[in-house]
Ligand binder design. Structure first.
Ligand code: C2G
Length: 440
């Protein structure tokens, strides 16, 4: 019996896939189809897949062409499978020509002509959302770059005071303007990345014009403003999400889940530090607390919740301009735990994250906010474990993808729960109104 194997995502299974499977099957007597797992696709940067692995497996099963279906979970698995299942022929579309020649050490490799004129990408991108970006620094370039990887979302307009910071990442036909109305007119949805003191106003204007909003954290500097924005969004049937790239890093999300699932026992303390020394004129644009606070607060609020007993804010202001904090520490006391967040743009420290529990701790090396790696450490080092998750585009890509998907499905798939957004705005409020506050 001649065994053939082929692999694919088979998202929104279409005629091109069917033809591929038919021809692969015709090469032998028994067809094995490897369907990629969600994590495997995510790790190879394929973030636009719409269906879950279970749905895709079912679709392949429904074709009636597969004699056996397996799930492809890791890089290099093809060699293992070919040996394990005693495969004679590996077949794949010729968009992969040359890429799998190395498998010819194990079996025959056949590239089949890819069917023209049809693809999952085209089926998926039913929606064409025009994204307007508001921002005055080079981060706008990153957003444009990452947007080009997200199906159904394209940068249409940019509102900026500093057009000179824009580079070749900005597509040519994008409207560059200094007029908010012109931006809103040209866009279906808005990424607010302006000065933090303007986030709320920009988000509000956009929502009032019925534009979906992804607003960089802190989305507002008062908790009440967050409630107001949510209300306007609801009334206008718009998506309102807070943006924070770390919240979309797979490694970060996994470590939160592991901490919550008791792997290090009871969590007693969360310590996060985020620092980056910046030039004075940049400091004038972004204070340490608004620049780093929401990131530092994220693991605290996601792991310990927002129901803390007390908070103390200790800050060191710049001697040049006392509107700006060089360093700010936020110390929380919870019923059974404590947390400490230290942020600074005028002080440098180790940018790591430590989550301490009664049976071990999670250690994320600097810069933890861009993390693709962490360790779970125990008293007995033989029990330590390391985790690695590929991170494309610092989390911005996944954040934009979640935004586009939320708009399409008309419900927010945010990785930041509503109460976290509100609690972070509450901390900003305490700082600006000098509540629970000490200057050093
Ligand atoms: N295909 C095709 N014609 C199309 C679209 C896809 O022949 N119009 C083929 C692809 O060449 C591939 C299979 O259908 O052989 C599955 O395609 P995808 O779902 O896009 O999966 P892919 O990313 O190509 O998976 O381990 C995973 C595989 O290496 C590749």
């Amino acid at each position: 019996m001649k065994k053939v194997i082929t692999y694919g995502t088979f998202d929104l299974l279409h005629y091109g896939h069917m033809r591929l499977l038919e021809r692969a099957k015709a090469l032998g007597d028994y067809l094995i189809v490897g369907v990629t797992s969600d994590t495997y696709d995510e790790n190879r940067g394929k973030i636009n897949v719409r269906q879950s692995v279970m749905e895709r497996v079912q679709a392949v099963r429904n074709t009636g062409l597969a004699d056996q279906i397996i799930v492809e979970e890791y890089e290099g698995q093809k060699i293992d499978d070919i040996r394990k299942y005693n495969v004679d022929i590996f077949a794949i579309g010729d968009d992969w020509r040359g890429k799998f020649d190395y498998l010819s050490d194990y079996c025959k490799v056949v590239y089949l002509e890819r069917t023209k004129g049809i693809s999952s990408t085209e089926i998926r991108s039913g929606q064409h959302l025009k994204l307007g970006i508001i921002g005055d620094n080079a981060y706008v370039n990153k957003v444009c770059r990452e947007c080009s990887y997200v199906n159904g979302l394209e940068t249409a307009a940019i509102l900026t005071k500093n057009p000179e910071v824009l580079d070749q990442s900005v597509p040519e036909n994008v409207l560059i303007t200094s007029d908010l109305d012109a931006l809103l007119e040209a866009s279906d949805c808005i990424f607010v990345r302006s000065h933090p003191s303007l986030h709320y106003e920009h988000a509000k204007q956009a929502l009032l014009k019925k534009k979906h909003v992804l607003c960089e954290a802190p989305a507002a500097l008062k908790a009440e403003q967050i409630r107001e924005l949510k209300k306007i969004a609801e009334e206008n049937h718009c998506i309102f999400m807070e943006g924070l790239k770390t919240a979309y890093a797979t490694a970060f999300n996994r470590l939160v889940l592991l901490a919550k699932s008791g792997l290090i026992g009871e969590v007693i303390s969360v310590d996060a530090r985020c620092t980056s020394i910046r030039e004075v004129d940049e400091i004038e644009q972004w204070s340490s607390l608004t620049e780093w606070g929401p990131t530092g607060l994220l693991p605290v609020f996601r792991i310990l919740g927002t129901d803390y007993q007390t908070v103390n804010i200790i800050t060191k202001k710049s001697a040049k301009d006392d509107r700006f904090d060089l360093f700010t520490q936020i110390h929380f006391v919870y019923d059974h735990a404590t947390a400490d967040v230290k942020v600074g743009m005028g002080v440098k420290s180790e940018g790591d994250l430590v989550i301490s529990g009664t049976e071990g701790y999670i250690y994320v090396p600097a810069p933890w906010w861009k993390t693709d790696y962490f360790e779970i450490r125990h008293e007995d080092i033989r029990d330590n474990k390391r985790y690695f998750f590929q991170l494309e585009g610092e989390g911005i890509r996944k954040e934009l993808h979640a935004f586009a998907e939320s708009i399409e499905d008309e419900r927010a798939f945010s990785n930041i729960e509503g109460n976290v957004t509100e609690a972070a705005a509450g901390i900003m409020e305490e700082y600006y109104f000098k509540k629970n506050y000490t200057e050093i």
